[in-house]
Design a protein around this ligand. Structure first.
Ligand code: GLN
Length: 488
């Protein structure tokens, strides 16, 4: 198998080749490194640790040779968003303020991937502190959509999506606070899942908005993503918000089909302003699921329209508090030439943070201030409760909800930068899920006439990622989208 073909394979195919002795982990690692070299202009990686990866790959090959392979991820080259700590590697969060920061320990998700035998290749590009929907807010350069490099890959986990779509990692981890796994997955034609709040540990994941953040995987297929989720899910004593619920065997439940399942389609998600090709693709997908035995019915999530406002108030409020720790004393860069402590704080923060992050810190500080707390923050929390209740009620009658992920396919670089409202509105179909703490997956369900990927969102009950993956797999089995590659 040529290096080029190998980089385009799935984890599943790679595993078969490993077990037949046709490919080594070292070869797979070299294939990803070569692909990263040839697609470097896509800006997926902020840091590549080639030497460590080669060593880890050789260790995996030795394990396999001795008959001690660990499981489906053993020897598989993967990479993580650069706000997840990987000991000894830089963690910049896409920000100048952490330019010199080196992780002193592993995030739990990173140590779990290592324990599963995965080969970690490095750190992936993102919007600064995960604030953005286009990866244009990274202090280290934008990332490009492999299907059309003039377009954004989505964000904030842009690099995580690009690496999978371009073949420079077999699977990746991202984080999703308001859509940052699902939206870039949709825009680059890969699969991504935001697990239930509490399903995956956030220990060692740099916080953006702590009541919303969740870590999750991206991959080329549903099965690949299920394996990644299996490796990272489950209780972690280091994270009090991680759930102690049992984690089911996701891959074992994958092929159950959709016979008898009830699918809800929220009428508020199919309104004017949504790209007609996206609407059409999802309708066709729903018809296919129906043909395979699911029943589809319209549901209502009446408070959807308040999602964006509630999200951007709550997320910025929490961010303003979480980002207070970057003060030039405890972490990262300290500005020089300051006159006294206060001046040092001010200089460090004004030089270290980018425009979007500063804007959000100011907005968040404002909505939490004594005079405005009730009018904004408290009201947003009330809207959040109503949004959650909408989902609770809807999910009493249906097993999953199917919806678009984004109102448009990938947009051009710069297109939404001058219009922050347009950028924020692009999150309309993803943020409500985070407010409600629910799991949601994005998978490819077609391409536009101009060749851009379209994503479909499958939303499930709390801690029922298994059913989401099952529906996604039932659809994937019948469709060719997951076999298309942006880079040949
Ligand atoms: N686009 C949203 C924001 O900018 C979501 C980001 C995320 O999920 N990290 O806040």
């Amino acid at each position: 198998m040529s290096e080029q073909t190998l980089a385009n394979a799935t984890v599943e195919i790679l595993g078969e080749k490993f077990s037949r002795g046709e490919v080594s982990s070292l070869e797979a690692t070299e294939a990803c490194l070569a692909r990263e070299g040839s697609t470097h202009h896509f800006g997926a990686y902020l840091h590549v640790c080639a030497e460590r990866a080669r060593k880890d790959a050789q260790l995996s090959d030795a394990r396999r040779a001795a008959g001690n392979a660990i499981g489906p991820l053993d020897g598989v080259p993967v990479a993580v968003k650069d706000l997840l700590l990987d000991q000894g590697l830089p963690t910049t969060c896409g920000s100048k303020i952490l330019k010199n920061f080196v992780a002193t320990y592993d995030a739990t998700v990173v140590s779990r991937l290592k324990a599963a035998g995965a080969v970690l290749l490095g750190k992936l590009n993102l919007d600064e502190f995960a604030m953005g929907s286009s990866n244009e807010h990274s202090a280290y350069g934008k990332a490009c959509n492999p299907w059309d490099p003039e377009r954004v890959p989505g964000g904030s986990s842009g690099g995580s999506a690009v690496a999978v779509a371009a073949g420079s990692a077999f699977a990746t981890l991202g984080t999703d606070t308001g859509g940052s796994i699902r939206q870039p997955a949709a825009m680059t034609g890969v699969v991504g899942i935001k697990p239930t709040y509490g399903r995956v540990s956030r220990f060692g994941a740099v916080a953006y908005a702590s009541s919303l953040d969740q870590v999750g995987p991206m991959g080329k297929t549903v099965r690949d993503v299920a394996w990644m989720l299996q490796a990272i899910a489950g209780h972690d004593p280091h994270d009090a918000t991680s759930s102690s619920r049992d984690v089911p065997d996701f891959t074992q439940l994958l092929e159950r089909g959709v016979q008898g399942l009830k699918i809800g389609v929220p009428k508020e998600y199919f309104v004017d302003g949504i790209d007609p090709e996206i609407q059409a693709a999802i309708k066709v997908a729903l018809a296919l699921l129906e043909k395979n035995g699911a029943t589809v019915r319209e549901i209502s999530l009446p408070h959807t329209e308040h999602g964006i406002a509630a999200y951007y108030l709550i997320a910025t409020a929490e961010a303003s508090s979480n980002l207070a720790r970057y003060d030039g004393v405890r972490y990262g860069v300290r500005a020089g030439g300051a006159q006294g402590l206060m001046d040092m704080y001010l200089k460090t923060r004004s030089e270290g943070f980018g425009f979007e992050v500063k804007k959000r810190i100011m907005l968040g500080t404002y909505v939490l201030s004594a005079g405005y707390y009730d009018a904004y923050y408290l009201k947003a929390q009330k809207a959040r409760a109503l949004i959650k209740r909408d989902f609770d009620e809807a999910l009493r009658d249906v097993d999953v909800i199917v919806a678009p992920v984004t109102p448009t396919p990938a947009f051009k670089h710069g297109e939404n930068l001058s219009d922050p409202m347009a950028m924020y509105l692009a999150d309309i179909f993803t943020v409500c899920l985070n407010l409600a703490g629910l799991p949601g997956l994005s998978l490819p369900c077609g391409f536009t006439g101009s060749g851009l990927p379209i994503g479909m969102q499958i939303i499930g009950k709390p801690f029922d990622e298994a059913t989401i993956l099952q529906v996604a797999r039932a659809y994937e089995r019948e469709t060719p989208w997951h076999t298309r590659r942006a880079v040949s």
